[in-house]
Design a protein around this ligand. Structure first.
Ligand SMILES: Cc1cc2nc3c(=O)[nH]c(=O)nc-3n(C[C@H](O)[C@H](O)[C@H](O)COP(=O)(O)O)c2cc1C
Length: 200
């Protein structure tokens, strides 16, 4: 069993991530994992969205929402670092809902990166969620709920920003294909989410 992210974080030295190789890039499968979520999934997360360094949106064209450490313990305690897929929903407070479009409040597909972002040499373990949707405004400080349903790939280091962007694009396509499977898709309607927000 590989160490969990929390076990890695307890070590004095941050674990070294391997570099992405051309062979890895070429051999990436279009769909990953079993036909239905297997233990430890589904993992349900919820918490207020925190500001990261902001490089995801600026450098990579892929904005991410960070969850606080205590909100991701359920994930870091049982899962290894890497890239995951699932669903997420943003739940703004009642007085801010009018600043969003109805589609922004739906349960939406997401990809999650949990690790040390070796490309940026971070010194702290983070869990960042990219929701695959063009939001009309930011949602820092607002509640986000997520259900993680499966693992896509290990966290890697990169020799260029373009190679990281390319892998993140592939992650998004893989996640969408994985979520089309009926036993994953049904989590879009899980009571962990506030489904009446989608209907009203
Ligand atoms: C789907 C996805 C996969 C990612 N994979 C990696 C990775 O393999 N290696 C890495 O260093 N960072 C990876 N990142 C993390 C980016 O480096 C991260 O989003 C970036 O550090 C921006 O963080 P910031 O907005 O807090 O600055 C990934 C991010 C996403 C959304």
């Amino acid at each position: 069993m590989p160490p969990t992210a929390a076990e890695d974080a307890a070590q004095a030295e941050r674990p070294a991530a391997p570099f992405q190789t051309e062979d890895f890039r070429r051999a990436r499968p279009q769909i990953v994992g079993p036909d239905e979520p297997e233990s430890p999934f589904p993992i349900k997360l919820a918490g207020p969205v925190q500001k990261g360094f902001g490089r995801g949106g600026k450098d990579l064209g892929c904005p991410t929402a960070n969850l606080p450490d205590d909100a991701t313990e359920e994930m870091t305690n049982v899962a290894k670092t890497g890239v995951y897929y699932g669903y997420a929903q943003v739940l703004p407070p009642a007085d801010k809902i009018c600043e969003f479009k109805k589609e922004d409040l739906q349960v939406l597909p997401m990809v999650m990166s949990m690790g040390w972002n070796p490309f940026y040499d971070n010194s702290k373990l983070t869990a960042e969620i990219h929701i695959m949707h063009p939001f009309v405004r930011d949602f820092y400080g607002f509640e986000m709920r997520a259900i993680v349903l499966g693992y896509i790939r290990p966290e890697l280091n990169y020799t260029s920003r373009e190679a990281l962007i390319d892998d993140i694009e592939t992650d998004k396509q893989v996640a969408l294909r994985c979520l089309e499977r009926s036993r994953y898709h049904k989590y879009e309607k899980d009571p962990h989410f506030e489904l009446e927000k989608v209907l009203n």
